[in-house]
Design a protein around this ligand. Structure first.
Ligand SMILES: [Zn+2]
Length: 275
């Protein structure tokens, strides 16, 4: 499985094709830089995974993509380290997007447990899916980072806005370069949903899920599929079929995405660098 990681690290060569347009007034206020880092690891295995990311310059490519597409008020650190549990998060105290090495382990675990894909996918499909999931999770965290650092006003749940930002970014910035992000991310959330079936009898568990700031994984997969099909993603129809998006929701997705598109453009567009 580690060889797969080595392979996917080289798939997305994100040399920016984004031209930086001169916006002198804005640039006076948005001088933040995206800075890659590789933090501490807990185990030799984590150190090995971190070394693979280091050698493929994954954090640098995430920073480069951010730097080439987004205006930031202050610096943003982007990197990998051991956290003690599978997670990826924006830490406002460190102004950092932290991608935990344990998250990669969780992805591998989910792929191993998915007997359907294990039988069908070849090495390249595994690699492309892992690659897409990593970028999908990164874009979600980038949404949080941009909201926080640039002090963007939002209403509603920030977790849903971060998902919307990730889908918008993926469709507009990565899919034109034939990089699939939304579908792999749906696969991962779908696996997480399947591996933690809600126990309706366990009132404490249900309470924790309902009180959480994230939408349920089951809801997130339908949201992502709906926005993918509504946003005319190349993989939108496939995503809708994959999750079995009900026709009733599917019929509303074009209008739903139009509002998302308008919302992201209204709130975030001045922070996107001209392409
Ligand atoms: Zn989040």
């Amino acid at each position: 499985m580690l060889r797969t990681v080595v392979f996917f690290c080289f798939l997305v060569g994100l040399t920016p094709v984004f031209a930086l347009g001169p916006v002198p007034f804005e640039e006076l206020f948005y001088k933040g830089r995206a800075v890659a880092f590789y933090g501490e690891t807990d185990t030799p295995k984590h150190a090995q995974v971190l070394q693979l990311f280091k050698s493929s310059k994954l954090a640098e490519r995430m920073a480069q993509l951010t730097q080439g597409t987004i205006r930031l008020r202050t610096n943003l650190n982007i990197g990998f380290e051991s956290c003690g549990k599978p997670n990826a998060f924006f830490d406002s105290n460190r102004a950092a997007i932290v991608f935990c090495v344990e998250m990669i382990e969780l992805m591998m675990e989910q792929a191993r447990g998915d007997t359907e894909v294990a039988a069908k996918w070849n090495r390249e499909q595994f690699a492309r899916t892992f690659d897409g999931v990593i970028w999908g999770i990164f874009l979600h965290e980038l949404g949080h980072a941009v909201i926080s650092l640039n002090r963007i006003a939002i209403t509603g749940r920030e977790e849903d806005v971060a998902d919307q930002f990730a889908v918008y970014y993926a469709i507009n910035f990565l899919e034109p370069r034939n990089i699939s992000v939304v579908l792999p991310t749906i696969w991962f959330f779908n696996r997480l949903a399947k591996s933690s079936v809600i126990d309706a009898e366990n009132t404490e568990h249900v309470k924790m899920l309902m009180a959480d700031e994230h939408s349920l994984n089951d809801q997130r997969i339908y949201n992502l599929a709906c926005w993918a099909i509504g946003g005319k993603s190349k993989w939108g129809t496939f995503a809708a079929d994959y999750v079995g998006l009900p026709q009733e929701r599917g019929d509303r997705c074009a209008a739903e995405y139009a509002k998302l598109d308008y919302g992201i453009k209204s709130r975030f567009k001045k922070y996107f660098l001209p392409r």
